[in-house]
Design a protein around this ligand. Structure first.
Ligand SMILES: C[S@@+](CC[C@H](N)C(=O)[O-])C[C@H]1O[C@@H](n2cnc3c(N)ncnc32)[C@H](O)[C@@H]1O
Length: 187
């Protein structure tokens, strides 16, 4: 996620008081989110498919004493049906995610994984919203990164049609889509 995207997520945490957050795709963003949650209260579950990268992020979190605020959820990618004909998606193993979430409704879902930069995987982030929809708080925000790419634009349109969500498109450097259950005065 580019710095402008990370700032938009941090804004969302402060302005709309998001406290139970799931991030798909771990990285430096997880550290920034953890630092802010440490000050304001809250919990981040960051889902990561790559074991080695998960260990790197965990080490950094431990070094900054953020490991009680941020939980790295290791979830390998597994085949998943795609709504696009003749396409096979690979998404996080859902049991691994369910096992680690504390049962608290999620008020912010940040979608920055799995990797989707090549054409064969361009729709790989689609399953995020159908999977998490029943786990979201009544008042929630969904942020999708990389909406400058055709795959993410198609995914957002599909979520809007199938799941009755409207996304605001913020074309920053790269672009993020923000879907809110209720209007927000800013971000
Ligand atoms: C788009 S990245 C997620 C980036 C993360 N949300 C951030 O903004 O820092 C998707 C995947 O790339 C891998 N990844 C992220 N940062 C990486 C890095 N600095 N070096 C190597 N792999 C990385 C991880 O497997 C991650 O799940």
């Amino acid at each position: 996620m580019r710095p402008s995207g990370v700032v938009a997520v941090l804004n969302e945490i402060i302005i709309n008081r998001r406290r139970h957050i799931v991030e798909l795709g771990s990285g430096i963003s997880s550290i920034y989110l953890g630092r802010l949650l440490r000050q304001h209260g809250g919990q981040l579950w960051t889902v990561e498919h790559d074991d080695r990268w998960a260990a790197t992020v965990e080490r950094q979190l431990a070094d900054e004493s953020l490991d009680d605020v941020v939980t790295v959820v290791r979830a390998p990618l597994a085949p998943m049906e795609s709504p696009w004909p003749d396409e096979q998606n690979a998404w996080y193993e859902t049991d691994a995610i369910r096992r680690r979430l504390a049962g608290q409704p999620i008020d912010l879902l940040v979608i920055d994984g799995p990797p989707a930069s090549d054409a064969a995987r361009q729709h790989s982030r689609y399953p995020a919203v159908p999977f998490f929809a029943p786990l979201l708080a009544d008042d929630h925000t969904i942020i999708l990164d990389d909406i400058d790419r055709p795959g993410e634009q198609e995914i957002m349109k599909r979520w809007e049609q199938d799941l009755n969500i409207t996304f605001e498109r913020q074309i920053l450097a790269g672009g993020i889509g923000i879907g809110r259950s209720r209007p927000s005065f800013t971000v």
